[in-house]
Write a protein that binds this ligand. Structure first.
Ligand code: NAD
Ligand code: UGA
Length: 333
């Protein structure tokens, strides 16, 4: 059985808490009555921290710790923790080539390995790790299933696969104190989505009139997954019976960028200006996740249709105009 959060007092840690998904997860955990230690290397005054954690920073059950996951200070922070939700990572598929790979290897591989050591030392019962559909690469057979081949096409995907496999290796040691559930999220969207991602960029293109660059011919497909659905699955993974598991968390359909653009035009009532660009290195043509295992072990069902989730993201964006968070034209990541 997984940790009993109710009787154990329910202190949990979210790493990467200042990020897009981590901040939503922390909100749900606090609302569920848990004490949440939120770890992120961003300083408290970072505009993204202030934006993403606005409802949490003053909450009595939330504590923000601006610490790197590899820092020895994590040992003390982990002492009361029943579940570590490990979301901290260098993110973004297309910016993981070249010089920046160092950052990906450092946080995603070396940082994860240090965190696993700390969890083992302290005896943390459960880690739920954010893995990624990018571990699959270009699947020969769709939908992608957990037991299918993994062949990441980007340096980012390689580091996410390494993190996932490291966590499983630790969990599979004799007498390992920390069980692991690795969730392979598929392209997540919703309010506060990272500004380098295509949905956020299409909305920004509507707002600013600056065209969004479309890499390739727009036929690439993604299992876009609404953030509340991802959060619900992630919270459930904390207490499921598990030793070392990998589970897909995907949306209920795979949608092309051309279809996505149409939907965004319907939601906003305005055209999405675009600029055709070449296909990016490491960009897979299609993702489509099989949710069969998640349905079975987590009772996970993606509840938010894409048009509804897009409408929510759009409503959030127009209620929170913040020029400092706009994507600068020409930035590719
Ligand atoms: P994000 O970039 O918004 O958040 C990641 C956070 O981790 C950032 O706030 C960053 O400061 C922090 N961080 C990075 N390295 C750190 C370190 N060494 N120590 C402490 N903090 C560190 O990303 P996101 O989109 O919210 O993604 C969250 C997780 O989910 C990541 O692990 C990502 O790989 C995974 N994931 C995301 C998606 C998606 O579509 N967004 C899909 C699949 C998997
Ligand atoms: C997303 C996240 O960014 C990764 O962190 C995550 O690990 C991954 O999902 C996953 O599912 O594992 P990605 O699918 O590339 O990666 O999501 P987007 O960045 O939103 O890109 C989706 C598609 O739109 C890609 O084909 C990309 O090339 C394209 N795109 C993106 C553009 O055409 N223009 C842009 O400005 C941005």
């Amino acid at each position: 059985m997984g940790p009993d959060l109710a009787t154990d007092g329910g202190t949990v840690m979210v790493t990467g808490v200042a990020g897009f998904i981590g901040s939503h997860l922390a909100e749900a955990l606090v609302a569920g009555g848990h004490e949440v230690i939120g770890v992120d290397r961003r300083p408290p005054k970072d505009p993204l921290v202030r934006q993403n954690l606005v409802g949490l920073l003053d909450h009595p059950r939330f504590r923000y710790e601006p610490v790197d996951i590899a820092d020895g200070a994590m040992l003390r922070l982990l002492m009361p923790v029943q579940v570590v939700f490990h979301l901290a990572a260098a993110t973004g598929v297309r910016s993981s080539w070249g010089e920046r790979f160092r950052e990906y290897a450092s946080s995603n591989v070396l940082g994860t390995q240090m965190l696993l050591e700390y969890c083992a030392t302290v005896g943390v019962p459960r880690m739920v790790l954010a893995s990624s559909s990018s571990v699959y690469g270009e699947a020969v057979v769709l939908p992608m299933r957990e037991e299918g081949p993994v062949w990441p096409l980007s340096p980012y995907g390689v580091t996410k696969l390494a993190a996932e496999q490291l966590a499983l290796a630790y969990a599979l040691q004799d007498d390992a104190p920390t069980s692991v559930v690795a969730l392979r999220y598929f392209t997540v969207y919703g309010p506060r989505q990272r500004p380098d991602m295509v949905i956020a960029r299409m909305f920004q293109a509507v707002l600013t009139g600056t065209p969004v660059e479309v890499y390739g011919d727009g036929s690439q497909r993604r299992s876009f997954t609404y953030v509340d659905d991802v959060v619900r699955a992630t919270v459930r993974a904390a207490t499921m019976e598990a030793h070392a598991e990998v589970i897909n968390i995907a949306g209920d359909q795979s949608t092309s960028l051309a279809e996505l653009r149409n939907l965004i035009e319907q939601v906003t009532g305005q055209p999405v200006p675009t600029l055709a660009r070449g296909r990016h290195l490491g960009d897979v043509a299609a993702t489509e996740g099989d949710n069969g295992k998640a349905e079975h072990v987590l009772d996970y069902h993606p509840l938010t249709p894409l048009a509804e989730g897009l409408a929510r993201q759009w409503r959030w964006l127009i209620a929170h105009p913040n020029p400092s968070l706009l994507v600068l034209p020409g930035r590719t990541s």
